[in-house]
Design a protein around this ligand. Structure first.
Ligand code: A5P
Length: 211
């Protein structure tokens, strides 16, 4: 199979377990969704390729920051949302793996990551605020900083604005609005991309399929 390899602490477990299977002879090739995952996959002996070399991926396995009952997601807590979305959109199926703390009735408790071009940030943020208002939501926005206090820069050289919205009543509508703003490279709403979510909790694993 041709696999998309997700990013984050949960996806890292998947990559490591996949590496064990590869060393036992499993024949797969992967496309990583971040430089961190690329390094992990190489360390685990997983053969890698790019989306320039293959047409489609059979499956992507990735984590999420929030999952709602329609299997719409917020992603990007780790800053990899752009490559994660490109890889998910190139995949026949996306399987989300998470613990059940990520399950929510309505998206928005987790701050929504929005990947932006640094140029014209003020103008971009004003249009983002307008999009929020048109969708009946509001909240504080801030440019993400790294642990060193400097602005966090994504693998593709962009910045991330985190929007604290609380509740996104109409996530598909907001996703469309944000996608049309010049200066917004991508946002962390993954609408209609996930096919299955595997949620681990104290009572075992629950499996949800997209309705
Ligand atoms: C990375 O940018 C994110 O989309 C992650 O997939 C998400 O933040 C989940 O990460 P954890 O598995 O570490 O919670």
């Amino acid at each position: 199979m041709r696999l998309g390899l997700g990013t984050g602490s949960t996806a890292k477990h998947f990559v490591e377990l996949l590496g064990t299977r590869v060393r036992e002879g499993l024949d797969i090739i992967g496309v990583p969704t971040s430089e961190a995952t690329r390094a992990d996959a190489i360390r685990c002996g997983i053969r890698l390729t790019t989306l320039d070399n293959i047409d489609r991926l059979d499956l992507t396995v990735d984590g999420a920051d929030e999952i709602d009952p329609d299997l719409n997601l917020i992603k990007g807590g780790g800053g990899a949302l752009l490559r994660e979305k490109i890889v998910a959109a190139a995949s026949d199926r996306m399987v989300v793996i998470a613990d059940d703390s990520k399950w929510v009735e309505t998206l928005g408790r987790f701050p929504l990551p929005i990947e932006v071009i640094p140029f014209g940030l003020g103008a971009t943020q004003r249009l983002v605020a307008k999009a929020f208002a048109e969708c009946g939501i509001s909240g504080q926005m801030g440019v993400r900083k790294g642990a060193d206090g400097h602005v966090f820069v994504t693998d593709s050289g962009h910045w991330i604005v985190d929007a604290h919205l609380g509740r996104i009543a109409d996530a598909p509508r907001l996703a469309q609005s944000l996608a049309s703003i010049p200066g917004v490279v991508e946002h962390g709403l993954f609408i209609g991309l996930a096919s299955i979510a595997l949620l681990a909790g104290v009572e075992g694993i629950r499996i949800f399929e997209r309705r």
